[in-house]
Design a protein around this ligand. Structure first.
Ligand code: NAD
Ligand code: ZN
Ligand code: ZN
Length: 396
């Protein structure tokens, strides 16, 4: 089959690889009909290079049709239409039963000290072949795949794999009080959808911050108060402007939907760049331990949120020893919640929004639909934010 493979920093290629097969009774194999490109893939494209191996198959946002099922998957049949969550979880362990499939004790990558295995996401997360491919082997298929009705286009359901539950969890963790306010940093697919969900679930005002004109425009058209980072002299000026709009106090909650791609400090950027260029033996520990994240957005979130407010972190940060403004976090009595989205915890709550009325605007959420063969172009365009690319779906 054809699959998108990682070959090196900013180098992905579509290659012929062996077809996946059922290996365990709890496996299924699906034929992919649509597969998303995610901001998280951009971390692999560049920053997380030390944890990748050339030939790794990328991707974690698939939907498709069941081709084959193992004997331990009673509820799936050949021909079922399914969306597959980006994380692999068993549904039966303590963590899964407590609504934390991202921490699944059956699939945890204990050798690396990490949580549940993820599709197409480095050896830290199990080096599981990913979903930007014609076919996908789905482990733990007795729990993961979400069955969706035949009929409506893929675009209605595909975001259940990642964008919707991630944005939903971001809003849930933000604990916006009734009639409250939230600021969302980053208006990529995750931030944009978080704004939509916050509005749909009753936030009084939603403030969105980014620096890409199309992204600001799109959020603005859905009722978000948008702020363009580039028109302010510095972060302080932007923070003041938003605070002033909310009684000088700041928003009740801030969602950081930027993560490690933030346009942050130059020193961090240089260190980060260095770690991807160094030999893997040196680069991996550097990326992991010596704080080479770009924490610009997180620092802004801490500054911006009102005292006693909540920060909900959905952007992915990779390093483990970044200098954090703990003094300020503590002094401001901030609640900070974060983590990968627990997809199956939220999927049943999201499903009622995926109707013909389309309150979240999922049907035209994708700005680009390309053949899988165009993956190298898709990655480049998405990373550089060219051609108005906000969300890209690929068709194997
Ligand atoms: P994206 O890269 O398209 O979006 C990031 C946006 O942030 C861009 O529009 C960029 O212009 C903007 N930005 C950069 N620096 C900024 C700053 N300092 N202030 C404000 N905006 C800034 O990616 P995406 O697909 O929307 O994903 C966003 C983040 O969420 C990524 O870090 C991704 O890894 C993470 N993510 C997390 C989960 C999860 O389960 N928690 C799932 C999916 C994605
Ligand atoms: Zn994703
Ligand atoms: Zn589990």
């Amino acid at each position: 089959m054809k699959a998108v493979t990682w070959q090196g920093r900013r180098d992905v290629r579509v290659e012929d690889v062996p077809d996946p097969r059922i290996e365990e009774p709890t496996d299924a194999v699906i034929r992919i009909t649509s597969t998303g490109l995610c901001g998280s893939d951009l971390h692999l494209y560049e920053v997380l290079t030390p944890f990748m191996t050339p030939g790794d198959i990328l991707g974690h946002e698939p939907m498709g049709v069941v081709e084959e099922v193992g004997s331990g998957v009673p509820d799936l049949s050949v021909g079922d239409r399914v969306v597959v969550p980006f994380q692999i979880a068993c549904g039966a362990c303590w963590m899964c039963l407590h609504g934390l499939p991202t921490q699944c004790e059956t699939t945890q990558v204990t050798g690396e000290g990490m949580g549940a295995a993820l599709f197409g996401y480095t050896r830290l997360y199990g080096a599981v072949p990913g979903a930007q491919a014609e076919y996908l082997r789905v482990p733990q298929a007795q729990y993961g795949p979400i069955k969706v009705p035949q009929g409506p286009p893929d675009g209605r359901f595909i975001y259940l794999s990642d964008v919707l539950p991630t944005a939903w969890q971001a809003v849930e963790y933000a604990s916006i009080p009734p009639g409250g306010t939230v600021a969302v940093l980053g208006l990529g697919p995750i931030g944009d959808m978080a704004c939509r969900i916050a509005l749909a679930r009753g936030a009084e005002r939603v403030f969105g911050i980014d620096l890409v004109p199309e992204r600001l425009g799109r959020a603005g058209r859905r009722g978000v108060h948008t702020y363009d980072l580039t028109v302010y002299d510095d972060e302080k000026a932007l923070v003041t402007a938003i605070r002033d709009a909310i009684d000088g106090r700041g928003p009740d909650a801030v969602i950081d939907a930027v993560g490690t791609e933030a346009h942050g400090s130059t020193t961090a950027r240089l260190a980060q760049r260095a770690s991807t260029l160094l030999p893997r033996r040196i680069g991996a520990p550097l990326a992991e331990r010596f704080g080479v994240d770009r924490l610009g957005a997180l620092h802004m979130a801490i500054e911006l949120v009102r005292r006693g407010g909540t920060i909900s972190l959905s952007g992915v940060y990779g390093g483990t020893a970044d200098p954090m403004p703990l003094l300020t976090l503590f002094d401001k009595q901030i609640q900070l919640r974060m983590g990968q989205a627990n997809v199956r915890r939220w999927s049943d709550q999201i499903m009622p929004y995926l109707t013909d009325e389309d309150p979240l605007g999922v049907t035209d959420f994708a700005t680009h639909r390309l053949p899988l063969a165009d993956a190298p172009h898709a990655y480049e365009m998405f990373q550089r934010k060219q051609e108005g690319a906000i969300k890209i779906l690929m068709r194997p």
